[in-house]
Design a protein. Structure first.
Length: 456
């Protein structure tokens, strides 16, 4: 911590010198400002760090001309608004006061004014602009612009070769006049699609995979829960859908006694994942009773925050069956989100894993709402992806999009190939054509009889 006191003598030392120091310089940096005293008046100016390097948007980037023009205007306005005006600097131009900012703008190749205003002129213009904005006419003009922007229709055209005879904006104007559409207000945006190839590949992949599903991810037969899986009242813990559409899901396991929820993900059936959670709870309880057993220690090492939370409720259970029965009484299962299996598997084991990202968002949303009702720890947010990858077993589903293609008949081309017509290249002059011998069968079955020669 620093105390700014320019008039402090060198022998003055604060009481807590290890934590507090005195700054005796004429100016004191505060965020982007630098404060200093002038004739007992506190003044301000823009502060630059010792090794700070200023960089602005380069003119070669894919932005419009208006964007490049507004950057120097905004920089000069900010420098003016952050600088105090007094007799010593009011007649000094901005390029003299802040040469490093002007040099950075020149390196970027941005359009700069030929003559820079003085600080007094720039400050007066800034005040006049502020007054102009507060007038009633200016406010009505801004409201009209906002209304026009809300009604505008945008046409985004990628920068390609000019294969149209007329510009697109001219064609749209002609159509507006031809069809009498005065209400249509359009705006043009010419942009460079740096990821055009990725967009085409994504669209192609979407069309190719239409009607294709993973056979192993399809709905399984109805509930097959046995005595160990069913609740005490004989009902399924998952509402009868334990084997139906329960892969690639984000789920929530809620503790009915404390109203806390554990959020997790699974690429397998939710029934199998929940069973693994229940088994981990018992493994942790059993390990605390026998901490010297290496096998139980290894099994308890895989425990997560769900196991540590519910192990406190099952500490009195004597075996895994009683632990499972108690958990079925206090836990309620909820499916929060379900993803498309093929798309989720494509991004598995990467930083952009789809199902992992959705899980992190759900945990962070729950922590923001009420962190005391979440069982998860920070490890579940920052941990690496553990989703398993595997080969798909594709199956085809007849849909409306593919029905036309499936009913199409293969048309035989009218033009026959040269081989089918018997056309052969003519033999070169001076050579005799040799008759083609029949193929020899090396198996000995169905051999072609040998034609006797006159020399035999």
């Amino acid at each position: 911590m620093e105390i700014w006191k320019p008039s402090s003598p060198p022998e003055e030392v604060p009481r807590y010198s290890d934590k507090i120091t005195i700054c005796r310089k004429d100016a004191f940096p505060y965020l982007d400002l630098e404060m200093y005293w002038r004739h007992d008046e506190l003044q301000f100016r823009v502060h630059l760090k010792p090794n700070q390097e200023l960089k602005y948007l380069n003119k070669d980037s894919a932005h419009t001309k208006a964007t490049f023009e507004v950057i120097p205007h905004g920089v000069l306005r900010c420098l003016t608004s952050l600088t105090s005006v007094h007799e010593d600097n009011e007649d000094t131009t901005l390029d003299v006061l802040y040469p490093k900012h002007i040099e950075a703008l020149e390196r970027a190749g941005l359009p700069l004014p030929k003559v820079y205003p003085t600080l007094k002129e720039a400050n007066e213009k800034l005040k006049n602009d502020t007054i102009l904005r507060s007038t009633e006419e200016e406010q009505q003009r801004r409201k009209k612009l906002q209304k026009d922007y809300a009604r505008a229709t945008y046409f985004v055209i990628g920068r390609t070769t000019n294969f149209w005879d007329k510009p697109v904006c001219g064609m749209i104007k002609e159509l507006v006049k031809k069809h009498k559409l005065p209400w249509l207000r359009f705006k043009m945006a010419n942009s460079r699609f740096t990821n055009l190839g990725e967009l085409f590949n994504a669209d192609l992949s979407k069309k190719v995979m239409t009607g294709i599903v993973d056979e192993e991810m399809l709905d399984l037969p109805p509930c097959n829960c046995n005595v160990l899986s069913l609740c005490e009242d004989g009902e399924c813990l998952y509402g009868g859908d334990c084997r139906k559409k329960k892969k690639m899901v984000i789920y929530g396991l809620k503790d009915k006694t404390t109203d806390k929820t554990y959020y997790g993900k699974t690429v397998q059936h939710l029934k199998e994942r929940t069973s693994t959670h229940f088994q981990q709870v018992w493994s942790l309880v059993d390990y605390k009773r026998n901490p010297n057993d290496p096998k139980k220690k290894k099994a308890a090492a895989k425990s997560d925050s769900f196991a540590y939370h519910f192990a406190k409720l099952c500490r009195d259970c004597t075996n895994s069956n009683r632990s499972r029965a108690k958990l079925k009484q206090v836990v309620s299962v909820e499916v929060i989100w379900q993803g498309e299996p093929i798309q989720c598997t494509k991004s598995a084991r990467t930083r952009a894993c789809k199902i992992c990202m959705v899980e992190r968002k759900q945990i962070m949303k729950a922590l923001r709402d009420d962190k005391h009702k979440v069982i998860n720890e920070n490890d579940d947010i920052y941990a690496a992806c553990k989703c398993s990858t595997r080969f798909h077993k594709f199956a085809h589903i007849d849909s409306d999009a593919l029905r036309t293609r499936l009913k199409q008949k293969k048309v035989t081309p009218k033009r026959k190939s040269k081989k089918a017509c018997g056309h052969r290249k003519p033999a070169p002059p001076g050579t005799t054509s040799r008759p083609r011998e029949p193929p020899t069968n090396h198996t000995g079955i169905g051999k072609t009889p040998r034609v006797p020669n006159s020399l035999d």
